[in-house]
Design a binder for this molecule. Structure first.
Ligand code: 26W
Length: 827
């Protein structure tokens, strides 16, 4: 059994450890020598550990004090429930937030490694797939910086996002054992272990008062052990908590089996329990029907809700009818939305509350964010699976649905079609639970993540619900944290900005507006603009080193750095990018190079292991790169590289070095995008479709500082039934040549036929992403890019204007909007 000790009371009188160089050095040396037993010249990983522990000690008092300050009855809190937190590295982030850069450098004097080298030793915490997971991490950062009482709840996956290798141009996955050497950034809090039930059956009975009640019995319980990670605010002494659950087997469960004489079975059962937090599902669009995934979801929801209730009581509250006044749960997509039913179970079965009272509380504390319109990403779970794994939850969902459908039929009597559409249970060969519907019915707020996305949700997928509850739906345009994505990732540009407008922008990004005057073409600004260019160039050199090391391709920092990094998915249209690259190659081969702009094209991203087409796209990119990079006719005009194992820490090098940001999804398909914002903040120009947050980026930067192309969302839908890819081939010789070259086997002479599936998809009238429809307009936008690049001074001014206009895309703004309209927490 876990220890049953109650936690020690917070002690706000603890004296904080000094941050001066002398004391940091002393503690660092103590860890390095006395604790780790390592000396100068040891492998840098130990120096990383010693420095991290030194910092961690300096976080502790602020962490305790933040708890103590908020631990008062009636204090309202928010909980961010997410199956993914794509945190990346922590050391440099804490150094920045705690303002300990100089002391850390002093401590490292005499060691052969710089602070930057040491930071490289840290393994990325890759507990997420892509945008949704990274967004959660940026949110955590901003909540701490804004001193908002928000706690993150997630899973402590033993294996995060897989490591991607490229072998013969193909993606190969390797497990990411990020905890192998432990991590200094977590604190195990076994005293708050919770028990999560699975399986078993329900028993209906009548209590002493004769009321009908239910108990869930014969369950196979799993223990949820919390590991807390500190989330430091930017220089404000606030430290929030990200609480990640690890699954472990219960001792007595093992013992029972053991006593029954089945030792091996008991060990197997232990594994089954511990599997729950073993691995992140590496899929960002579909994972339906996988039992382990549903287990993960319920495990997170149940442990987190139990813990939130415990915390609320520990803070001195007892009147459950006021629970919703004090607590709000933001659900990151449908992944944790079983929380709606779980809170009902806790209130009704465990806390003896009436259904009506419990429902009133639940629907006042739950809020849901949608991150995708792709139908394959909408989670549905087979009823049969639910029944086996979570029988009590299924009963509760049925009851929620029955009451909800009564409401629907009162409003639209006899409209059976509408009832069928809106039912949380989808009828059909395999009955399914529609998690998005459960989330909407159980929440007081439902939001999308960019203006267009929220509008498309209201007009399409969620339309019936909007008619029923128009007030529930709102937009919260995403953001990114400027601490990690500018101050940390781009120190050169940060110093330059601060030299002109002070340092206030780091915690108030709207202040970047003050840079706008420096973008004017005046003699006075010439120096600043030259410095801006020099910083970008230095950043490009840093990236070129990485590309050389990882891909053995030489990038020339004078060329245009044209970058697309994100998950590999057909809707994101890496293929459109490749078609353009091949078009450029054709032009070189034909000698059509007038007004040429030298380009280095970088593409990176992971494909879901089961997504065959995405994996083949990676192979195509690598094959095209190989042919182009070794063709002497190309002669430095074009370089192409696929960067393996794209992750948070690679983006920290990529974004500051990018000139052109590729945001080229089929309009209406990218909910928001957040990479687009990181590039903009770092002074890249965007070539993009009218999709997701691109639209808001374009509006902020001004059309003249953005390369817009392609069909709009409504045009895409209007064209869909008549889409004729072959007519584009016939009318556009540039496209014809590109397709012919792929079809000729020019890029796959040793592996005939491997790209047929890609050609088949591009040439199909049913291509959902309509790649060829946007080819012409994309090529023309790229020609504009090349012309703009020729006038480097004008490009630099556009670059400055992009950064200066990016203030809106800080998650500080996003979090203030969530707080103002949904959470209503006191800062
Ligand atoms: C079922 C597995 C699964 C896992 C993740 C399905 C769907 C997802 C996410 C919805 C994928 C995702 O990361 N979506 C992205 O969320 C970002 C943050 O809001 C947006 O910026 C991206 O446009 C959106 O694709």
């Amino acid at each position: 059994m876990p220890p049953k000790k109650s936690p020690p009371p917070c002690n706000p009188t603890l004296t904080p450890l000094s941050g001066d160089a002398k004391s940091v050095t002393r503690d660092f040396e103590r860890y390095q020598f006395y604790h780790l037993g390592r000396f100068q010249g040891c492998p840098p990983v130990y120096t990383y550990q010693a420095l991290s522990w030194t910092l961690r000690d300096r976080i502790m008092t602020d962490w305790m004090n933040t708890y103590a300050r908020r631990d008062v009855p009636g204090n309202r809190r928010a909980y961010y429930l997410s199956l993914e937190f794509l945190i990346g590295r922590a050391l440099s982030n804490h150094v920045l937030n705690l303002d300990l850069e100089q002391p850390a450098r002093t401590a490292l004097q005499g060691f052969s490694h710089t602070l930057e080298d040491i930071a490289e030793e840290e393994h990325d915490a890759g507990l997420g797939n892509g945008g949704l997971g990274r967004l959660a991490a940026c949110f955590m950062d901003s909540c701490a910086t804004l001193d908002l009482p928000v706690m993150g709840y997630g899973l402590r996956y033993q294996f995060g996002m897989f490591r991607q290798h490229i072998e013969n141009g193909y993606q190969v996955e390797e497990p990411d054992n990020w905890l192998r050497d432990g991590t200094p950034w977590e604190v195990e809090r076994s005293e708050f272990t919770r028990r999560v039930p699975f399986g078993g059956r329900t028993e209906h009975y009548h209590d002493e008062t004769g009321a009908e009640r239910v108990r869930w019995v014969d369950t196979r319980d799993v223990l949820a052990v919390p590991y807390d990670m500190p989330i430091t605010g930017y220089r404000n002494h606030a430290v929030n908590t990200l609480r990640l659950w690890k699954a472990t087997a219960t001792d007595e469960f093992d013992l029972n089996e053991f006593n029954a004489g089945s030792y091996t079975e008991s060990v197997t059962a232990k594994n089954l329990a511990e599997n729950i937090s073993m691995v992140l599902y590496p899929n960002d669009s579909s994972e339906n029907g996988k039992e382990l995934r549903l287990r993960q979801q319920y495990f997170l929801a149940s442990a987190s809700l139990q813990d939130a209730l415990r915390q609320w009581r520990a803070a001195g509250n007892s009147d459950l009818s006021r629970f919703a006044e004090h607590n709000v749960f933001q659900m990151n997509d449908t992944h944790p939305t079983i929380a709606v039913a779980e809170l009902m179970r806790i209130l009704v079965d465990l806390e003896d509350m009436s259904w009506g009272e419990a429902w009133a509380i639940t629907t006042r504390c739950m809020a849901y964010t949608n991150h995708t319109l792709l139908p394959e990403a909408l989670e549905r779970w087979p009823v049969a699976l639910f029944e086996r794994l979570l029988p009590r939850l299924l009963e509760i969902i049925y009851e929620i649905n029955a009451r909800f459908l009564r409401e629907v039929s009162m409003k639209w009597p006899g409209d059976m079609d509408r009832q069928r559409r809106m039912s949380i249970i989808e009828e059909g060969d395999v009955k399914q639970v529609r998690m998005a519907w459960l989330a909407i019915v159980g929440s007081f707020s439902v939001n999308g993540v960019a203006a267009l996305h929220s509008q498309l949700l209201k007009d399409g997928l969620f339309r019936d619900f909007v008619e029923l509850w128009p007030g529930k739906f709102n937009n919260k345009t995403n953001g990114v944290t400027p601490r990690r994505w500018v101050a940390h990732a781009n120190p050169g540009m940060s110093a330059l900005i601060s030299s002109k407008i002070g340092e206030g922008w780091v915690a108030d990004l709207a202040q970047l507006e003050k840079l706008k005057p420096f973008a004017a073409a005046t003699a006075r600004n010439r120096k600043f603009q030259a410095d801006w260019q020099a910083v970008k160039r230095a950043n490009k050199e840093r990236l070129a080193l990485l590309v050389k090391a990882e891909c053995n391709v030489d990038f020339d920092s004078d060329a245009l750095f044209d970058v697309q990094v994100k998950r590999i998915h057909e809707y994101k249209r890496q293929l459109l990018n490749v078609l353009h690259v091949i078009h450029l190659y054709n032009r070189i081969k034909k000698g059509d190079v007038e007004g040429w702009a030298d380009r280095c094209v970088l593409i990176g991203g992971k494909a879901a292991p089961g997504y065959i087409m995405a994996k083949r796209i990676i192979k195509l990119i690598n094959s095209v790169a190989e042919v182009i990079n070794r063709d002497p006719d190309v002669d430095g005009r074009l370089k192409v590289a696929f960067l393996p194992n794209y992750r948070v820490s690679s983006m920290e090098i990529i974004a500051p070095a990018t000139d052109l940001s590729e945001q080229i999804s089929t309009a209406g398909k990218e909910a928001s995008g957040t990479g687009n914002m990181k590039f903009m903040m770092n002074g890249a120009l965007t070539i993009g479709t009218y999709d997701g947050a691109n639209i808001e980026i374009l509006e902020a930067a001004g059309e003249e500082n953005f390369f817009l192309f392609g069909l709009r969302a409504e045009e895409v839908e209007a064209l869909r039934p008549h889409y004729q890819p072959h007519s584009h081939l016939e009318h556009d010789p540039r496209l014809r040549e590109v397709i012919d070259l792929i079809a000729s086997g020019h890029f796959n002479s040793c592996e005939p036929g491997i790209f047929d599936m890609i050609l088949g998809a591009l040439l199909s009238p049913h291509d959902p992403w309509m790649v060829l429809a946007d080819f012409g307009s994309y090529v023309e936008a790229q020609e504009k890019v090349a012309r703009a690049w020729q006038d480097r001074a004008a490009w630099t001014r556009m670059s400055i204007l992009n950064t200066a206009s990016s203030g809106f895309f800080s998650t500080d703004r996003t979090m203030l909007e969530y707080n103002g309209e949904i959470w209503k927490l006191k800062r």
